[in-house]
Design a protein around this ligand. Structure first.
Ligand SMILES: O=C(O)c1cc(=O)[nH]c(=O)n1[C@@H]1O[C@H](COP(=O)(O)O)[C@@H](O)[C@H]1O
Length: 301
């Protein structure tokens, strides 16, 4: 495992949205590969290794980077195993070996402004993530500290993929549902810096379509295909922009553990690559079926 690089907040860098737009175009991919490493599901070869989480994720990353528009490590899978340093090293590895591939730290943070400032430092300096997922439930001042980092992305939970998301997100708040209010606030009031994106689950295509009408071309992170059973065709048709882009469609377990039962990391990596390629191609097939032309080629994608 390599030692993580020093944080690079001071260095000029391309914005998350710029990186994402380039990755959409150059990889011809709307697939975000989720990194949710569960040591209980690792190949036997890694058993007992103190750096198993880093090595497993590195194997998946190196096998899929040219197929992905982004990687999304989920911080809980690292923190639960006291593996935050392995997460730092993994993100440094992605930046060094696969430059231009944005890293979304899935942390779903949300707190008062002074604490949010610390969460922003954690995500953007400690982990050097290009974007972070944030829970907007505490309101505008809980989101603002992340906007002090104008080159990073801030991805707000809007309509989550889980069934229980409807408990609150579907509440009527003055003639609209709560997730619609979040989408409108994000698009009309909170996005002065152009950094925002939204999470909308692939398990609810009707809401993806609704959010798309509310937010224009704002990027959408769409988890829920693969292990959660979301429909790729419905997701793409509901969420793509006019030029067939605008989506980061995440799959984690269905890619990470496609090699289930095999013994070596190399076999897991090869199976992950096959699964990622099939998923990317399935997504692209529906972009083409929609008759909306070539894949995204610019920031408006
Ligand atoms: O913010 C997220 O990424 C997220 C939001 C949501 O509504 N639903 C959701 O599943 N996620 C995350 O997306 C990933 C989905 O993993 P798989 O179901 O294995 O593809 C997990 O890391 C979840 O934490």
């Amino acid at each position: 495992m390599t030692t993580p690089l020093a944080p690079d907040h001071a260095a000029p860098r391309r914005t998350f949205i710029e990186q994402l737009s380039t990755a959409w175009a150059t990889r011809d991919s709307l697939l975000c590969v989720g990194l949710d490493p569960d040591p209980a599901r690792f190949p036997a070869e890694l058993a007992g290794r103190p750096d198993a989480i880093f090595e497993f994720c590195k194997g998946i990353v190196d096998a899929t980077a040219d197929l992905a528009c982004a990687f999304k490590p989920q911080i809980a899978y690292f923190a639960a195993h006291r593996a935050e340093e392995q997460l730092e090293a993994l993100i440094a590895h992605i930046h060094t070996r696969h430059p231009g591939t944005p890293v979304i730290l899935d942390a779903k943070r949300g707190d008062i402004g002074s604490t949010a400032e610390q969460y922003a430092i954690e995500a953007f300096e400690r982990f050097a993530a290009d974007a972070v997922t944030v829970n907007p439930y505490m309101g505008r001042d809980s989101v603002e500290p992340y906007l002090a980092w104008p080159e990073r992305g801030v991805i707000l939970l809007c309509r989550t993929s889980n069934a229980g998301g409807s408990d609150l997100q579907f509440l009527d708040v003055g003639g609209e549902r709560l997730f619609e209010r979040v989408a409108r606030l994000a698009a009309e009031q909170w996005n002065s810096t152009g950094q925002l994106a939204l999470v909308v689950g692939a398990t609810f295509p009707a809401e993806i379509a609704r959010v798309r009408t509310l937010v224009g071309d704002m990027p959408l992170l769409v988890p829920g295909i693969g292990a959660q059973g979301g429909d790729i065709e419905a997701t793409v048709l509901a969420g793509q922009t006019a030029v067939g882009g605008g989506l980061m469609i995440n799959s984690s377990r269905a890619i990470l553990y496609a090699g289930k039962g095999r013994a070596s990391l190399a076999e897991y990596a090869a199976a992950a690559r096959t699964a990622a390629q099939a998923t990317r191609d399935a997504i692209n097939q529906f972009r083409q079926l929609c008759g909306q032309g070539a894949p995204a080629t610019g920031a408006s994608a």
